[in-house]
Every structure is written in C-alpha cells, then in structure tokens.
Design a protein around this ligand. Sequence first.
Ligand code: FES
Length: 196
Amino acid sequence: MAEFFSPVGFALGAMLTLTVVILHYSRGTGWESRQDIAQEVLERRAETVPETDFPEPMNRSIGGGAPAAAIGGEAGEGAELEGEAVEEEVGPADIPDDEIEYFEVEFIKEGTTIEVPNNQPLLDSGEDEGMDLPYACRQGQCVSCAGQITNGGNSEDYVVHDNQQMLDDAELDDGYTLTCVAYPRADFSIKSGEAP
Ligand code: FES
C-alpha cells in the first residue's frame, strides 16, 4: 500500500480540491439570479404591435369588442354610403313640401277635375277624392290601373312614371299611363280603366 502513496500526487489533489472549494464559495456568495425578465420581454413585444383605436384589453375579450363609439370612423363611412344609396332612390314621392306643385287633372269618366300634387300618384289622389279607380299591385307591375291621357302625345309629357315596368314606348306615345306610379307634371285629362 505504501509504495502507491505519492506525496506529489497528494499535494496536487489537495490543491485541486482547495481550488474548487475557493471558487465555489467565491462565486456562490456574491452571485444573484437575474431579475425576472418576463415583464421586460412582454413590454418589448408590445412595442412592436401597432397601436389601435380600440381600448385595451376589451377588444381581445371573447365576445367583447369595442363599444360602438370606438368604431365611429367606420360607422361614419357606412352612413355616408347609406346616404349615397338613398340619394339614388329619390323619386317624385320624395319631393319636399316646399317644392310641391299642383296640377289640374280631369277624370273624364268620373266627371270630375281635381288638383293633384306632383308628389302623389294619380291613383292615390283620385281615391282621396272618393273615386273608385281600378288597381291591383300598386307598384307599376301590372296594367290594372292603366288609363289613357287624351291630350295627345306621349303620356310622359304629362306625368312622371316612378318605375313603371309594363308600358312600352309605343303605348306611352298613345297616352297610356299607370296611375299607381304616375305623378303629374302638367294639367291633362285622363280616361281611367283604359289599357293598351
Ligand atoms: S296597379 Fe298594377 S301597375 Fe298599377
């Protein structure tokens, strides 16, 4: 056993052990773990996300979303588009009160002449005066309410049709009109219940 003992080896071993112990205590006593960087990382990531108009964090909640006021910009655009659509659909019935004109219309068969505003169809005006005039759809899509303007010339010289779909050019030239969608633009005489 004694022949295997080496003082040099023992000394080296002792020095190594001592070095390890010194290093361990010198690092261990002064070392502290790094601060938790989770918050720092989150903040850095948040800086890379573009700003939105929505309040945080409601826009990310399930079924939440921003209140209507927060999307006012888009709603405004929508309203503008709706306004444009409404403008396209303006017809004689939309003539404002301060621009209404009245025309004298003689209903020959009924033997009466009435004043008809240019924002009301002949059929409605005649009914308001107690006339029993023919009609079915009231939308310009049949000829049940047809009548013939007897002044001569195209019926549209005397009335504005709001979306009539039944009379062709020749029939209009013969004075035919659909009273449910016909608004006066001149004085004239008409025979009700006359279809082409
Ligand atoms: S009632 Fe049908 S077109 Fe006038």
